[in-house]
Design a protein around this ligand. Structure first.
Ligand code: ZN
Length: 102
């Protein structure tokens, strides 16, 4: 199954950020690297979600973080993305900058 390209945008609330699957790399408030990824639900429902992340090898600071491979253009997150806050209950993976539902 073909994946959906995760287009990296500066602001998920911009016009470009309305694209299904668009992602925004969000910095820590003290600008010490990337804290998480804001995203527009890949299913096309228009909902916005947020995934707190930590770089591979970094200590875990929150219980609910995804591991990020450090690639800002084509990120890979593990484990799978399931945001129960989204009404659509989309569940899938972000791998090498592509969304794939499962
Ligand atoms: Zn959705």
């Amino acid at each position: 199954m073909a994946g959906l390209k995760a287009v990296v945008v500066d602001d998920i609330d911009s016009d470009a950020g309305q694209t299904p699957g668009a992602i925004e790399m969000r910095l820590h408030y003290r600008s010490e690297g990337i804290a998480g990824i804001g995203f527009r639900c890949p299913c096309g429902c228009g909902q916005e979600g947020y995934l707190p992340i930590r770089a591979k090898g970094e200590g875990r600071t929150q219980t609910s973080e995804w591991e990020w491979d450090g690639n800002e253009e084509s990120p890979t997150l593990t484990p799978s993305v399931y945001n129960s806050g989204l009404p659509c209950k989309w569940h899938g993976f972000l791998t090498a900058g592509e969304w794939r539902s499962c």
